[in-house]
Design a binder for this molecule. Structure first.
Ligand SMILES: O=C(O)CCC(=O)C(=O)O
Length: 264
């Protein structure tokens, strides 16, 4: 993590990384996601499925998407935030179509309790035990909709009063309450947010464009449930399987010894 990234993430609770994907990589990812979107549910391979916007296990649909879990521009950040003990817990492909609805403001503290998620600074490094990496495959422009955040709220010491920010239901991109901002990445950018950051989703407004993102969820290796299903395991590369494996606090995964990881 660079000093600039560390400073920004510490004060804001999110990072917006521009031009992370090469144009070749972006086109390959766009084609792969579109293939998933266009495949009728009954023709999807086992382990995949659609639940509204959510395209289950989207990251595993194609190797171009799977390789993003180790992208060299995000990997050092993932390593720092997990204290070198990374684990990927899921990777949904989320698709906003014209007229897709939004979602109210929330965060791990609101949903699961104050003790559910940690954010700390030790030895000049950030530790965050529940965060999300969002690669973007489409442009988002001001007015389109998409992700809302309350910068700095990852460090909130008080519960958010229910009356604040239009009772947590922000639906008009032209009428954002003070303190709430709409992040508008371009295709090929990546957002990273702490799950402690209060965030929500504006309805998707463009009648002729969609928003495709991967929702890659990371925790330290000792936190949270089981690994991928047996069906998914058969598709994944050995490096990804290691990344998704739960492990003891003291274990060092082989993937953490490498700066650049190529999946096989
Ligand atoms: O739609 C997005 O930009 C992210 C949504 C999400 O992951 C959430 O609300 O928890």
């Amino acid at each position: 993590m660079t000093p600039e990234q560390r400073y920004f993430f510490d004060v804001a609770g999110y990072l917006h990384l521009e031009n992370v994907l090469s144009s070749k990589q972006l086109v390959a990812c766009q084609k792969a996601t579109q293939r998933y979107i266009d495949t009728p549910v009954d023709q999807l391979p086992e382990g995949f499925g659609k639940d509204g916007k959510r395209h289950i296990n989207g990251f595993a649909f194609d190797k171009t998407l799977e390789s993003l879990v180790f992208h060299p521009k995000t990997w050092p950040i993932i390593m720092e935030l997990t204290n070198q003990k990374p684990r990927l817990t899921s990777g949904t492909l989320q698709v906003d179509l014209p007229d897709s609805g939004g979602g109210g403001l929330h965060c791990a503290r609101d949903d699961y309790g104050w003790e559910s998620c940690r954010y700390e600074v030790r030895d000049n490094k950030i530790y965050c035990d529940n965060f999300v990496v969002f690669p973007y495959f489409d442009d988002v422009f001001p007015g389109d909709g998409g992700l809302l955040v309350v910068p700095g709220s990852h460090k909130a010491s008080f519960p958010r009063p229910k009356t604040m920010f239009y009772n947590g239901n922000v639906v008009d991109t032209n009428d954002l309450p003070l303190g709430v901002i709409n992040l508008t990445p371009r295709a090929g950018d990546v957002l990273i947010i702490s799950e402690l950051l209060t965030h929500g989703i504006l309805p998707w407004n463009p009648p002729d464009r969609i928003r495709r993102i991967l929702v890659l969820r990371y925790t330290p290796q000792h936190k949270g449930g089981g690994g991928p299903s047996e069906t998914l395991k058969d598709r994944l590369s050995s490096q990804t399987l290691e990344l998704m494996a739960p492990a003891h606090y003291t274990h060092s995964k082989n993937i953490t010894q490498q700066n650049k990881i190529r999946i096989d």
